[in-house]
Design a protein around this ligand. Structure first.
Ligand code: TMP
Length: 397
């Protein structure tokens, strides 16, 4: 197949999304790359074109903590409860972050893999068995020297961050028991296209998976998806239940249902992605006009949740400190720093009403429900939010 990889969206020059800038580095040149999104007509994978090595992105300065969101903690606690019913002897988590998931289990039953040593240390200090290394066949073999094969492998928002999927699945085959289950949660491509959440793409999100593309990548390694659950988390994700093909668990009816849905929406066709790119360009125009109108009327705008996703939106739409006074964010490692590329100051959580804020740009739109609940008073007093998904608009009570 000629020209099997087609670029369909250019989100411009972008900094590395989690590279929040320290005050002393504010005038230093930032590392940038061109964020281009492409579609592989052969294997149906949607990915970013220019990638960085894992070592460049996931180091000992990594700011993201899964536990900062109540929604995420609750979501993983609920899953842990379901997994306990399966009575697995040993659970391995790839990308265990600050232990948000494994903390729900007996320490002896879990193994965590988290290459960002600053985050891994949090769980390790509490006595969890964690490896501060990148997931690879070499690591899988190393773990096998100390432990038996595992019955359950879980990975949330991590597999889509690793470029070499063949190595990922080779490593899974080494350590997963023949009757074991591998569960992946990652943003859903279908939901991303439907909700125009183009900010699912940034340097760490190398892929946004569909069932169609992920299953193809797995089958090369004699693995297959046997059940899918659609989740609300992160603006729409899928939980994929995966088994070794040899294991004769029956395919759940959700497979046929989901496959039909993706095919019907056109996830196999280039035109679907070209149309999405057109909507993204319009979204930029509309969002900028909302910001410009607010500023024309001398309104004060702040950002809520300096997410990695919002880095894509801000840099693509050229929204900087002249439009947003500052961001508030509960993550300590982001506070007193500046947003990558657009250099907007990040402060700790503050009272929106006392700060006399007119509009709040919702960077953490994926936690809208949790945030709107928390900010009832601000909304009740006439406060307004600006969102970009599913299309740019102002939301009031
Ligand atoms: P994420 O979208 O990459 O998960 O990041 C969410 C960010 O939003 C994280 O830095 C914490 C921040 N946040 C707040 O500041 N306040 C909140 O109420 C929530 C839910 C998240």
């Amino acid at each position: 197949m000629k020209n099997k990889i087609i670029n369909f969206l250019d989100l411009g020059n972008q900094p590395l999304a989690n590279s929040y800038i320290k005050n002393k580095n504010i005038n230093k040149k930032e590392r940038k790359y061109r964020l281009i999104i492409c579609f592989n007509k052969r294997n149906k994978l949607v990915s970013i074109k220019n990638t960085f090595s894992s070592k460049d992105m996931f180091d000992d300065q990594y700011p993201y903590r899964s536990s900062t969101s109540k929604t995420m903690s609750f979501h993983l606690k609920k899953l842990a409860r379901d997994i306990k019913k399966l009575r697995p002897e040993k659970i391995l988590e790839i990308g265990s972050n600050d232990g948000c998931f494994i903390k729900n289990f007996d320490k002896k039953k879990t193994i965590g893999v988290e290459p960002c040593s600053n985050v891994e240390r949090i769980t390790n200090k509490k006595g969890y068995n964690t490896y501060s290394e990148y997931w690879s066949p070499k690591l899988a073999k190393k773990i096998l020297k100390k432990h038996k094969k595992v019955n359950l492998i879980f990975s949330s928002n991590t597999i889509s961050h690793i470029e070499n999927l063949d190595e990922v699945f080779k490593a899974i085959n080494i350590i997963l028991d023949e009757k074991g289950i591998f569960i992946i949660e990652d943003p859903s491509l279908l939901e991303c296209l439907k909700k125009n959440t183009y900010d699912q793409f940034y340097n760490e999100h190398i892929y946004v998976f569909s069932y169609l593309s992920l299953n193809k990548a797995l089958k090369k390694h004699n693995l297959e998806i046997f059940k899918i659950e659609e989740l609300k988390i992160h603006g729409g994700s899928n939980r994929y239940f995966i088994k070794k093909i040899k294991n004769n668990i029956k395919l759940h009816k959700s497979i046929k249902f989901h496959k039909n849905k993706e095919e019907k929406y056109g996830l196999k066709n280039l035109k679907t992605y070209v149309d999405f790119a057109k909507r993204v360009k319009n979204s930029k125009k509309k969002l900028l006009s909302i910001f410009r109108n607010c500023k024309k009327n001398n309104k004060k705008i702040v950002g809520y949740g300096a997410t990695a996703k919002s880095v894509t939106v801000l840099n693509y739409c050229n929204i900087n400190n002249s439009m947003i006074d500052y961001f508030i964010d509960t993550t300590l490692d982001k506070q007193n720093k500046y947003t990558p590329g657009t250099k907007i100051p990040i402060k700790g959580y503050s009272d929106l009403i006392n700060d006399k804020v007119d509009y709040v740009f919702l960077g953490a739109w994926n936690f809208k429900k949790e945030i709107f609940n928390k900010e009832k008073k601000y909304l009740k007093n006439g406060g307004k939010f600006i969102v970009h998904t599913p299309y740019p608009k102002i939301i009031s009570k």
